[in-house]
Design a protein around this ligand. Structure first.
Ligand SMILES: *Cc1c(COP(=O)(O)O)cnc(C)c1O
Length: 488
């Protein structure tokens, strides 16, 4: 046997790390669409390691084998790049992490890294938990965080129940997130981070992110942003100074709806007076190699590649679906049965001007169609029906092409009534805080032609003029694993 020692491997790892870093620098010079299409997967990697496969391979393997004990020792000591075991890392997972890190850092020279997770909720937990540990010197000292109340329902539950109720980590609630004084009044020396969802799902709350970032940094704490609704095609908080972005990759990023996924993207050397230098230097690498290794919330290789594949078309989809959403909003705004339409793209929306500052279609100035920066506002909107909860359910039940589902970001139009679905668990009081009345329908506009979406809404609204709701006889399918599925 020819034992060459761990050094042999460490030297080789340095050479490939250098090559990889040069390659990333080259990718960083490319435009957004090019990065979306290629990510970090190179021709060289394809030819050297993947039989020339032009599409990123799905490494359906639990673990990685090593040449000898030296390589194993270097790998498990994290001295060489290794993926080791798919609970911790996997090459397919890295293709997703690599592209998201580049896209969130796009247009800036900020260095970013990413950790992919099994869901958006796991991403939020991954992003916030390292900041919520008890004080080492004074473990009984109370801990709090300041976050907006207009949040995705799952996030509301994670904060209100899992953190606040169960762990006594106080959630200090920002009700009017566009009021910077309210944010500031809630911060004290035990505040660990500021957190906001922008635009929020479904209320499309919006705040002046630049100001809130400045406030966080003034207090030596990180700014964490859930940017799921905007996606990096419209807004890149880290490039503006935020420390961490969380994405529910399940949504607009992977529009096809094949699987659940999440991601945390962080700047290198983030701001936090409460965590050690190793956590700040590369937060995502820290999360991957330590807490997430031990807690195990990471993504499967298959779901990672499905997301990678959808991300290739992100910018063009967001552009098209945003334009359609504006058309649909304008139609609804003038309809006699509609009380109110909430869409940031409408000039009548009170937060339109603020949203305009932040939501810009990336690279529109290099798009031959536009030749200048244009605003786009995404494909999430909501509207309120005149006549209350029952009238709202009647319109909802009459939709023929728009799917009734608790989903968002799909290539197909999907609607839900948040008060009885995504936001049912937080109770009347919580819904009031999040501004979710029972006559609100959330609509996420897909890539169908706007004429057909409008036609479906139009015929559904006719139930309020006396048209009958189409009757569908229910049958139960045995297909559901834990619960029977209702066949309409
Ligand atoms: C859906 C969603 C989440 C949670 O993501 P999952 O992938 O469903 O776990 C978090 N934030 C926002 C804004 C969402 O829409």
């Amino acid at each position: 046997m020819n034992h060459q020692g761990t050094n042999h491997y460490i030297e080789a790892a340095k050479r490939s790390a250098q090559w990889h870093s040069d390659h990333l620098k080259e990718m960083k010079k490319c435009r957004f669409d090019t990065i979306s299409v290629h990510g970090v997967y190179s021709m060289q990697e394809a030819l050297d390691f993947n039989q020339g496969s032009i599409i990123e391979p799905v490494y359906m393997s639990t673990s990685q084998a090593y040449r000898d004990s030296d390589e194993m020792e270097a790998a498990l000591g994290y001295q060489i790049p290794t993926w080791c075991y798919s609970r911790i890392a996997n090459p397919s997972m890295y293709y997703l992490e690599g592209v998201l890190a580049l896209l969130e850092g796009y247009g800036s020279d900020v260095e970013t890294s990413c950790i992919a997770t099994a869901s958006g909720m796991a991403a939020i937990q991954t992003a916030v938990d390292p900041f919520l540990l008890p004080d080492k010197e004074n473990p009984t000292r109370p801990v709090n965080f300041v976050a907006t109340t207009q949040l995705y329902g799952g996030t509301f539950q994670q904060f209100a129940v899992r953190k606040d109720q169960e762990r006594h980590i106080q959630w200090r609630k920002v009700v009017h997130s566009d009021d910077i004084n309210e944010w500031e009044s809630l911060i004290d020396e035990n505040t660990r981070f500021l957190y906001g969802e922008m635009p929020s799902n479904p209320g499309q709350a919006f705040f002046d992110l630049d100001q809130v970032i400045e406030l966080a940094h003034k207090h030596g704490i990180p700014m964490i942003v859930d940017s799921t609704v905007a996606t990096p095609a419209l807004m890149r908080p880290i490039a503006r100074g935020a420390d961490i972005v969380v994405q529910s990759v399940s949504k607009t990023l992977s529009t096809s709806g094949f699987g659940i996924a999440g991601a945390v993207i962080a700047r290198k050397n983030l701001v936090s007076k409460n965590v050690g230098p190793e956590v700040k230097a590369d937060f995502c690498m820290y999360a991957k190699t330590l807490p997430n290794r031990d807690n195990g919330p990471n993504i499967s290789p298959m779901n990672a590649i499905l997301a990678v594949n959808d991300i290739r078309t992100l910018r063009m989809r967001v552009d098209m679906q945003s334009r359609t959403t504006l058309t649909v909003s304008k139609f609804l705004e003038t309809h006699k049965h509609i009380e109110k339409v909430d869409y940031l793209g409408l000039e009548t929306h009170p937060l339109h001007e603020l949203a305009k500052k932040y939501l810009v279609l990336v690279d529109s100035e290099y798009d031959e169609q536009y030749g200048e920066q244009v605003n786009r506002y995404g494909h999430l909107m909501s509207f309120r029906i005149k006549g209350g909860a029952q009238a709202t359910r009647d319109v909802f039940d009459a939709m023929q092409r728009i799917w009734r589902a608790t989903d968002l970001g799909r290539i197909k139009s999907v609607a839900t009534i948040p008060a009885i679905s995504t936001h049912s668990q937080q109770g009347e009081e919580g819904r009031k805080l999040a501004d979710i009345p029972s006559n609100l329908i959330r609509l996420c506009v897909g890539a169908e032609h706007p004429d057909d979406i409008i036609a479906d809404l139009n015929q559904a609204l006719e139930v309020l003029d006396g048209k009958k709701i189409p009757y569908t006889s229910p049958e139960y399918s045995a297909g559901g694993a834990s619960s029977a599925t209702l066949k309409r």
